[in-house]
Design a protein. Sequence first.
Length: 313
Amino acid sequence: MKEVFDFYNSTSIKSYNLDETIRYQLKMLDGLDAFTKRHCENVANITCRLCENLHLSKGFTIYCTTCAYLHDIGKLFIPPSILQKPSKLTDEEYEIMKTHTSIGYKICMNDQKLRPYAAGALYHHESLDGSGYPHGVLGNKIPYEAQIIRVADEFEAITAKRQYKSHVGVVDALNILIEHARPTPQKDSKNFLKKITISGVGKIDKKILKALFKVVIDDTEYEIVARSSYVDFLKKEIKRINDAQKYYYKLQTAPTEDKKEYYREEAKYYLKEHEEPDKLPQILNELKSAYKSRQEHIAKLYSEIKQIKKLTI
């Protein structure tokens, strides 16, 4: 039977049957600012599911996911004025930001309980083509856990809403990562463009990126199911309010008191507590508007899945 290690919820690892040592490692996140902590949780979630789609062992999945939780631990010592800056960083500030990899590595190596996870902190910004930092490591010299975290980290960073940039949709984000997976021409000494890099690879691993496609499609399908359930609820609510209105309209034109009382009681049957008859048109309009917007969003999600399935690397 295939092992399933479900981290669908980004916080589920904390409630999983983990020993005290791993709980200690994850508690380190509590010192981060809220945005960075949430980013680390999201990256760990994606990392775990990438491992699953890559058919890696349960042990490596747990290890890699824990590395992902700790990958930005070095940001504990990045000045808040840089870490939380709402606008684009200057070149000098960016150089300071980049030191979080080396700082994170030192934090892990100086703590016996964190030492096994130091590679994720140090290497998660390295690129297969040698263009990454802090050391410009090439290809398979980058630990595989860091290669996985790199893809998860980039995707989460691109799609996350930040103060200084507009939200980027998942399809556009995947297209950006596709470009990062392809060899990038570099200038030679005569300033001519070479067709391929020295290593013949891009910044990130294509196989890991393909696994990300599956993760995103699974997420999108899950969202469709969740939103469809709410759409079904809205549909029932619209019918309920419509039925209530019918009886209230009949109440207005009923010829006798007995008929009026009958229609009044029937209308009340369809109403919930605190719903007033004169507010029914407003309630109905709000429900119809919500129903329409969610139907449109579901259609957009289906369109995104079709687009993702057409992507090639």
